[in-house]
Design a protein around this ligand. Structure first.
Ligand code: SF4
Ligand code: SF4
Length: 294
């Protein structure tokens, strides 16, 4: 049986909020009996664009992550209120707008914070995958339809095909440790979850400070080699894909113009600033003199 999945490409999200606005346009003031009560004009949106800013100038990276109901196959919200929340055969989770009325405690049952409270109609609400439109033959929910960068795509596949696609394309879900089996998949989760260490290599020559391209930069962790890269035309380097709060790293730079190093305990992503090369001391002739002083 085929079921709905959503794939979100994090690298393509530009924070335009078109998806948020389209969801609001669809639901604010509009009643869809059996699917959702009218959304309140004022209040939280069930689609949120989260932001992560990493590093510091000049190496700053900003990532946006659209967050919404994951339509989990093992949904804590449904376990908390089985009489009011149902899982459809096509994978979509619906909070019954009548049976859930007045039950504010349902908001807290979602570990993703994906349920909002509608103060006007006193009902908890999630993003319903635009099930009311899909049931009329739409092939995409409105958030996907309006996204200018095609960051969002809905797919109806059987679960084994979706699992194979996820493995092939390195798709991941948010907080797999929750064990909720989400149906919303993300491409490029590394941008959201991992850290980088970056810096810039420079050297002084004749009283002039300049960036150094082509320096060999090595990263080690607790004495073990992690990766080696080369500084670019601006002297910049970057090591990505590092785990948050992963402890003590060391960056070592080697170049014909000298060496530099820096120790770096990693919490969040960090730009180390300038690593200025210190010229190697001139080599001294340590050869013993030949007999006779020649
Ligand atoms: S519409 Fe697309 S690009 Fe704009 S915020 Fe939503 S996901 Fe991101
Ligand atoms: S994301 Fe939250 S609201 Fe949506 S199905 Fe999972 S537990 Fe329920």
């Amino acid at each position: 049986m085929t079921k709905w999945n959503l794939i979100i490409d994090i690298a393509r999200c530009e924070n335009c909020h078109n998806c948020v606005i389209a969801e609001r346009d669809e639901h604010v003031g509009n009643d869809f009996p059996g699917y959702a009560a009218p959304a309140a004009a004022v209040g939280d949106s069930p689609i949120r664009i989260m932001r992560r800013v990493q590093g510091s100038a000049p190496l700053v990276e900003t990532t946006y992550l659209p967050a919404l109901c994951n339509h989990c196959d093992d949904a804590p919200c449904q376990r908390a209120a089985p009489d009011a929340i149902r899982k459809r055969d096509d994978g979509i989770v619906i909070i019954d707008p009548v049976k859930a009325r007045g039950r504010r405690e349902i908001v807290g049952s979602c570990p993703y914070g994906a349920i909002v409270w509608n103060d006007q109609h006193e009902v908890p609400q999630n993003w319903i995958f635009d099930a009311h439109l899909l049931d009329q033959g739409w092939t995409q929910p409105r958030c996907a339809q309006v996204c200018p960068t095609e960051a969002i795509q809905a797919l109806k596949l059987d679960d084994s095909a979706m699992q194979a696609k996820a493995a092939d394309e390195d798709l991941g879900v948010l907080n797999p440790e929750f064990g909720t089996r989400p149906r919303v998949w993300y491409r490029g989760l590394d941008r959201w979850q991992t850290c980088f260490i970056g810096g810039s290599v420079s050297a002084e020559a004749g009283g002039v400070l300049d960036c150094v391209a082509g320096a060999e930069v090595t990263l080690s962790h607790d004495g073990r080699h992690v990766a080696t890269t080369t500084s670019d035309a601006f002297g910049d380097f970057r090591f990505g894909g590092l785990a948050r709060d992963s402890g003590a790293y060391r960056v070592e730079v080697a170049h014909a113009g000298g060496r530099a190093s820096r120790d770096c305990p990693l919490g969040e992503s960090v730009y180390l600033g300038e690593l200025r090369l210190i010229p190697d001391p001139p080599s001294t002739n340590t050869q013993p003199l030949a007999p006779g002083g020649k």
